[in-house]
Design a protein around this ligand. Structure first.
Ligand SMILES: [Zn+2]
Length: 103
């Protein structure tokens, strides 16, 4: 996948379209990007504090192994830096691509 190094995008800080520099970041999972979001308390209970009732919706036996492999593509995570004010905005949704190249 080829993307231009600079694009004209809307900057929420300047409130208008400005030229913005594109940089590629490693896409992170939901749990690492938002560690304190919904489900964080459940994870804390799973990992450390083992109090409360029930089995947290899990099975008592481990599941049978499935034929799964590594994903061939990664989701893109572009960052756009405004050339006027320097504010950084992120891509809303990543697209799956094998290789990302800034042209
Ligand atoms: Zn700006």
């Amino acid at each position: 996948m080829n993307t231009p190094k600079q694009t004209k995008r809307h900057c929420p800080t300047c409130r208008k379209h400005t030229v913005q520099k594109v940089s590629v970041n490693k896409a992170r999972g939901r749990s690492t990007a938002h560690p304190m979001s919904r489900g964080a308390t459940a994870r804390v209970r799973l990992r450390g504090e083992r109090r409360g009732f029930g089995n947290l919706g899990r099975y008592s036996k481990p599941p049978k192994p499935k034929m799964t492999g590594k994903k061939m593509t990664k989701k893109t995570d572009f960052r756009y830096a405004c050339s006027v004010c320097g504010a950084m905005t992120t891509q809303k949704k990543g697209i799956r691509a094998k290789k990302v190249e800034l042209v």
